[in-house]
Design a binder for this molecule. Structure first.
Ligand code: FE2
Length: 557
């Protein structure tokens, strides 16, 4: 059976993936191909890439599954929220809601767009409820026989958070906390208050939080209750005379790109603290309801790596799997398996050991791009050793190898790499390459074998989605990847999963005694991570990187 899954809500992060007999073959977010960050358009490029990779014609597909419900369900939820006073009835809100409905209804949730673009297909077309798709994307790839599955995001159609019990390839629904009682909404509104882009820049708030101090009271906006949490959505969404309720209580909003004073840092601290408490409460509830201590997380809120680290260290759970594409791009990974649950069927349970699911480019394709740009490149005999040598000499390297990662993190195939021992490297990479905010931490990739030497509560962490405390004696050894609060968001690299990247880190370790590299995504600020050799070359020459190692080639400036 060949199934295609996609995410298309017109909100953010459209994506597509393809599976054969339950095995995931390929996945890519639309933004990587269209080059529009968080692209919310119909994922035409992503779908085409899936079909080409799998060498499948549209008429050979058995199922096409969209991880978002039929358009009417979203609109009906909006209307209910308006009538109940949970959602302010303003001209703009009503117009946006009606416009989204009309557009999605016209496209039949994307299925009409599919046949228009790709021609007729005998495939069955299927809407999959959004949180169910998220839940499948966590449980089916976790490798756990049974698990408490927690989904937390901005919104589904009617869902804000949900709990599921995964067992024996089945997913039982346990409870849903309805929209707009939403942790994602809470975090997004404060992201906007702090002068960043909501549903995009939540990382920045998380990175800023440790610079703040306790003391800001957010109880009116979010609180814990006997079960889990309660978000005061009407208040968060309230705006009168252009001023939000948040600004009325905490002072004027921060202007984008302006200085960040102490009061904003303290708000970031309080937002992160409240979100962690709510997530812990929800996970506790899930473990109580399911009587299960293996936990799976998905939904955009589960990208909060700091909170995830606290959940792991809480003692409440035994094992954790967080879908690396926890945001809506990952919904495609759940939707694509949904048909297996028909008639009481079981989900195929294939543990996701890596996220290298995207396009790959051969040396000859790379050569072609280098020739087009008339670049002088050196063919390397020892890619890992030569690159390690340069990293040890303080060079900042663009590293383009193998299949592109699926999900928001670069994990050693589309990465910018540097020496984590240099305390100035954080600033150097920020100034020369990433042009991003000074407070955002960079992350380490380390050999799996040494994780315990460097980290407290070390565990397999292949996806950079959990933070751990760096051992106090190691903080000065890898200062540029240790955050101000002593934490790091590591990737543990396994030899059999990514041998080239493992070798590179190992070679760096042989030269420096530190088998750890600084790894940040291969993109410029505000742009999507590079996909093709052309993207890589363009980004390389738009930044202060010293060298580009692309396939077997090295280009230097
Ligand atoms: Fe979602």
């Amino acid at each position: 059976m060949i199934t295609l899954g996609f995410n298309y809500s017109q909100m953010h992060d459209s994506s597509a993936c393809i599976a054969r007999d339950g095995e995931l073959l390929f996945a890519v977010a639309e933004e990587r191909i269209s080059r529009i960050k968080h692209d919310a358009g119909f994922p035409r490029h992503a779908i085409r890439a899936c079909l080409e990779f799998a060498k499948v014609r549209p008429d050979q597909l058995d199922f096409i599954c969209q991880g978002w419900p039929a358009p009417g369900k979203v609109f009906a939820t909006d209307l209910k929220c308006f009538l109940r006073g949970q959602y302010p009835i303003t001209y703009l809100n009503v117009l946006n809601s009606a416009r989204l409905y009309a557009s999605m209804a016209h496209q039949n949730g994307g299925f009409r767009s599919f046949t228009t673009l790709f021609g007729p297909t005998r495939a069955q077309m299927r809407f999959v409820d959004h949180h169910l798709a998220h839940a499948i994307s966590a449980y089916a790839y976790s490798g756990f026989d049974d698990a408490a599955v927690v989904v937390m995001d901005g919104r589904g159609a009617w869902e804000a958070s949900s709990i599921w019990y995964g067992h024996d390839g089945h997913l039982d629904h346990v409870l849903t906390i309805p929209w707009p009682n939403s942790l994602g909404l809470f975090y997004a509104q404060f992201t906007q208050y702090l002068g960043f882009v909501p549903n995009s820049d939540e990382w920045k708030v998380m990175g800023l939080a440790p610079y703040g101090k306790p003391g800001v009271n957010l109880n009116e906006f979010i609180s814990l209750n006997h079960e889990s949490y309660r978000v005061n959505a009407p208040l968060l969404l309230e705006r009168s005379n252009g001023t939000s309720a948040i600004a009325k209580q905490l002072g004027p909003e921060r202007m984008p790109e302006s200085e960040i004073d102490e009061s904003f840092k303290n708000v970031a601290f309080a937002v992160q603290d409240a979100c962690e408490a709510a997530m812990l409460a929800l996970v506790k509830l899930a473990t109580q309801k399911t009587k299960c201590r293996n936990v799976c997380l998905a939904g955009g809120v589960a990208l909060n790596s700091k909170a995830n680290g606290k959940i792991l260290a809480s003692g409440m759970i035994d094992k954790i799997f967080i879908q690396p594409a926890a945001s809506d791009d990952g919904v495609a990974l759940g939707a694509v398996l949904a048909p297996y649950m028909d008639n009481g069927g079981r989900l195929p349970m294939n543990p996701l050991r890596h996220a290298y699911l995207g396009p790959e480019f051969s040396d000859s394709e790379i050569e072609k791009a280098l020739r087009t740009y008339k670049l002088r490149a050196t063919k390397l005999d020892h890619v890992a050793a030569t690159t390690a040598e340069m990293l040890a000499a303080g060079k900042i390297i663009g590293w383009f190898q193998g299949r592109m990662e699926f999900g928001p993190r670069a994990l050693g195939d589309r990465s910018i790499l540097a020496d984590p021992r240099d305390p100035e490297m954080n600033a150097k990479v920020n100034n020369a390459v990433k042009f991003r905010e000074w407070w955002r931490p960079f992350a380490p990739s380390m050999l799996k074998e040494v994780a315990g030497e460097y980290l407290e509560h070390a565990c397999d962490s292949p996806f950079m989605i959990l933070t751990n405390p760096v051992r106090p004696e190691k903080r000065s050894i890898i200062p540029s990847v240790t955050h101000v609060d002593g934490s790091a968001r590591p990737q543990t690299v396994e030899k059999d999963i990514n041998p080239l990247y493992w070798n590179l880190i190992n070679e760096f370790g042989k030269r420096t005694g530190v088998p750890v590299v600084m790894n940040t995504s291969f993109n410029l600020r505000g742009e999507a991570i590079v996909n093709t050799p052309t993207d890589a070359v363009r980004t390389f020459f738009s930044s202060g990187m010293d060298a580009l190692v692309i396939g077997s080639y090295m280009v230097e400036k």
